[in-house]
Design a protein around this ligand. Structure first.
Ligand code: CP3
Length: 354
């Protein structure tokens, strides 16, 4: 059975809707005081991810505050490399850090493909619990990192400004990087399929660092592996179609190639005009985005007019899922997020008149 509010799923599949659905990347996160309380109770970010009851609780928090059209599983893209034995730690104010980064051929060969029902069992467990609480009211989005984006963290050992280690590997030992990316594609496919089996209604692949690749490398080192995942994904589950979304930050120039892969929707960051993007992808995919997340630092009237501008840029008809162009920042006032969401509810029906 589709969820009661199926506006998001319909828009992803470009079926007609009476308004534009809206959700936010990182909607469950530190900008919410109720999240910070549970995070403190959990002791660490990884404990929060690994405890299905707490992961469920924070997944539901933004839905209690805002009129959102989808829930997103609370977890992280780095749970997969953690389960591959890299030892993830999240240091306050420093971001993620791996105890054992991947640097050599031996490191790559040693990596296991984690069984999502054992080392990652807390993720499908959280999905089942969240679905029990949602009780068919809203769709739940599952997600994973793209192989390339995961590789950047695994080779660098954490966040990076210039990606010199992983790009060094690309230029010095491209075959080894391909071996790593192949393993990651298999790990991510199994991970997403386990989320689907546990009940998510859609999946999203985050290619946060695709835009760091040279123009002629994007297809070979990022898109090819995002495509390989899609080809092995369980896109039908219990008679339901499970749509897949691909988000590449900084990927505006490659929309044509992305639209040809078979993903149902593409996420857009704020640097691309969504109307121009729509003209380029035609009716091949839906588009998700793309308000500049910094807009939420602006005054209420500015937020409202920027929401209207994004809706106007996309134009009339289905195929738009309103979102930020990247995750909401930790110091944003939650009321400003509410302003954005309410503005989508208020302005978007005019773009869907029969
Ligand atoms: O969107 C949601 O509400 C669901 C939860 C979610 C998190 N991370 C929770 C999180 C999702 C979808 C992610 C994806 C993710 N994680 C990405 C891809 C999307 C993107 O933002 O580009 C990436 C690159 C990561 C890796 C990651 N996780 C980093 C770089 C950091 C530290 C920097 C930061 O923003 O804090 C994290 C930690 C993290 N993941 C937090 C949350 C709420 C904050 C940690 C905390 O609460 O202590």
């Amino acid at each position: 059975m589709p969820p009661k509010n199926d506006t998001f799923l319909r828009a992803v599949l470009r079926q007609s809707t009476d308004r534009t659905p809206v959700w936010m990347m990182r909607q469950a996160g530190r900008y919410l005081p109720e999240y910070r309380r549970v995070r403190e109770q959990a002791g660490s970010f990884m404990n929060l991810c690994r405890t299905p009851e707490l992961a469920c609780q924070v997944t539901l928090q933004p839905l209690e505050r805002f009129r959102l059209d989808a829930a997103i599983l609370f977890s992280d893209i780095l749970t997969v490399p953690d389960a591959m034995g890299l030892g993830l730690e999240l240091l306050e104010g420093e971001g993620p850090r791996f105890a054992s980064p991947v640097r050599s051929a031996a490191d790559v060969r040693r990596l296991p493909i984690p069984d999502p029902e054992s080392t990652l069992a807390y993720v499908p467990a959280a999905v089942r619990l969240i679905q029990k609480h949602l009780a068919g009211s809203l769709p739940l989005i599952g997600f994973a990192g793209s192989p390339w984006t995961l590789a950047t963290y695994m080779v660098e050992g954490g966040s990076s400004r210039d990606f010199r280690k992983v790009k060094g590997l690309l230029y010095e030992q491209p075959t080894l990087l391909h071996e790593l990316l192949g393993k990651l594609a298999d790990a991510v496919t199994a991970y997403l399929n386990a989320q689907i089996a546990a009940g998510v209604d859609a999946v999203m692949v985050f290619d946060t660092w695709g835009g760091a690749l040279a123009h002629h490398h994007y297809r070979e080192f990022s898109l090819a592996y995002a495509k390989r995942i899609l080809e092995q994904l369980s896109r039908e589950s219990q008679d339901r179609r499970i749509p897949a979304i691909l988000f590449t930050k900084g990927g505006g120039q490659w929309l044509d190639a992305m639209a040809g892969t078979g993903y149902d929707a593409l996420g857009l960051d704020w640097t691309t005009d969504i109307g121009e993007a729509r003209r380029r992808v035609g009716d091949r995919v839906a588009l998700q985005g793309n308000l500049d997340p910094m807009t939420l630092y602006g005054p209420v009237e500015l937020i409202r007019s920027e929401v209207r501008r994004v809706l106007e840029d996309f134009g009339t008809g289905t195929g738009h899922i309103f979102n930020l162009g990247h995750g909401i920042l930790p110091d944003v006032d939650p009321d400003r997020a509410g302003t954005m969401i309410e503005a989508v509810h208020e302005f978007s029906p005019a773009f869907h008149a029969a």
